[in-house]
Every structure is written in C-alpha cells, then in structure tokens.
Write a protein that binds this ligand. Structure first.
Ligand SMILES: [Zn+2]
Length: 235
C-alpha cells in the first residue's frame, strides 16, 4: 500500500481511518462517538505492518469503546428549527428559523448562520424541502464551474447533468449518453469532495470502468484525491 497522509483501512470488520503525520512520534488510537469511528494517528515513517499490529493488539479495547458509543443516546432527528446546526461545505452553521412569507419560503446565508424564513405553521418535511431547495442552488453554483473546468482539462464533453438525492453514491455517470448526476448531499462536505466527484464522474467519459487507467487519470489531475475520497467514504 502506498504511503499517503490519510487512508481508510478495513481490519476484519472494523474500518480504521489512518492519518500519518510528520511530527507524530508514537502511534495513537481513538474511538469517536456517535458512530464509534476508529482513528489512528501514526508517525510518517511507521510501516503498514507496524500500524496493523498496533491496531490488532487493541481490537478488544476498540470493541468496548464502540459498545459504549452505541449505548449513548442517539442524536435526535432534525426538525429544522433554531438552535440546530446545518453543514455547508464541511462547516457547521447555526440554523435560525424566522417567520416568513406564507407563499415564499426563503433561505439565506447571513453572517455565518443559515436563516430559513418559513411560515409559522410549516411542517418538518416542508422545512426540509425549503432547505434542500437552497442547498440545490448552492451546489449548482459551485458545481457548474467545476464541471466546465474538468471538461476542458480532460477534453471531454458531457451532454447533461443534474442533482438528486442518492442513497449509496456520490455521483454517477452514464457514459453512453454522457449524463452526470451529483448527490445533493455533497453540499455538506468540504469543497474538495465536490471537486473530486466532478473529476471522477467526468473521467468515466474517457474510461467507463475503475481500471488502472481510470485511476491514473484521476491521480494525474488531482494528486490529493484520496483525502477527499476518504472523507466521503466515512459517510
Ligand atoms: Zn466511478
């Protein structure tokens, strides 16, 4: 395995996020709520074998910690009201719900908070829909120049693109009709992730499968793609 700053390993049925750091002296392992995510920080020069045996020796401790995480009360489902936070491009923003016009809900980014103006009697589902409408617009504005950029870089041409909510994928590409879909959820993660997904899907117009040649193209155009992919893989 090549040495990279961040990587996601699978050890038995446990996913471990590995980050190598230049100034780190010792291996460190931690387990994080709410999902019981396992993270290992390692010195830059630690070998993969060394890291793996360090983790394996601590598997029962990890399992204990994960059980403890699972016993914590689960975060409540969002109701899209003031006091909650929403994620935009990887940052947590406080949500402010204001009484708004009956016919036209509005969402705006104001001084580091997201202000949703919605009718007092709006339901959770309606407020979610209003916010999605806003996220869709924001994603579209950010994705359009990126798609243009990568098309020019790769020398490819897509016919159409769109945004939708997808459960299992961050993007998709139908190479035969050159159509690309982006997952609306990308708006919650750092911009690097969107940049990577746009590149990934457009690269499929050159190489339909995840072949060696495909990853070479991705790597050549975005050498740090793995850190973006690792963030997305966690979700
Ligand atoms: Zn792909």
């Amino acid at each position: 395995m090549p040495r990279s700053a961040r990587a996601l390993w699978q050890i038995d049925d446990c996913e471990v996020l590995i980050s190598r750091r230049k100034r780190m002296k010792y291996l460190r392992i931690s387990v994080h709520p709410p999902e019981g995510e396992v993270r290992v920080s390692a010195p830059w020069h630690a070998s993969n074998r060394e890291i793996e045996s360090f983790i394996r020796e601590r598997m029962s401790w990890v399992a204990d910690q994960q059980r403890w995480c699972q016993s914590l009360p689960k975060p409540q489902k969002p109701e899209f009201v003031s006091g909650e936070t929403v994620k935009l491009w990887g940052r947590d923003l406080p949500l402010v719900l204001e009484e708004g016009n009956r016919r036209r809900a509005q969402t705006q980014l104001l001084e580091e908070s997201l202000v949703l103006q919605a009718p007092m009697e709006s339901t959770v589902e309606q407020r979610e829909k209003y916010l999605d409408r806003f996220f869709r617009k924001v994603l579209e504005e950010k994705a359009l120049p990126l798609l243009d950029f990568w098309q020019a870089e790769l020398g490819v041409h897509m016919q159409a693109w769109g945004i939708k909510k997808m459960r299992t994928r961050w993007g998709s590409c139908n190479a035969s009709d050159a159509r690309i879909w982006l997952n609306l959820e990308l708006v919650h993660h750092p911009e690097e992730c969107l940049r990577y997904v746009c590149l990934h899907e457009l690269a499929h117009l050159i190489e339909a499968n995840h072949s060696r040649r495909f990853w070479d193209i991705v790597e050549r155009h975005m050498p740090n793609w793995k850190s973006a992919a690792a963030i997305l893989k966690k979700h």
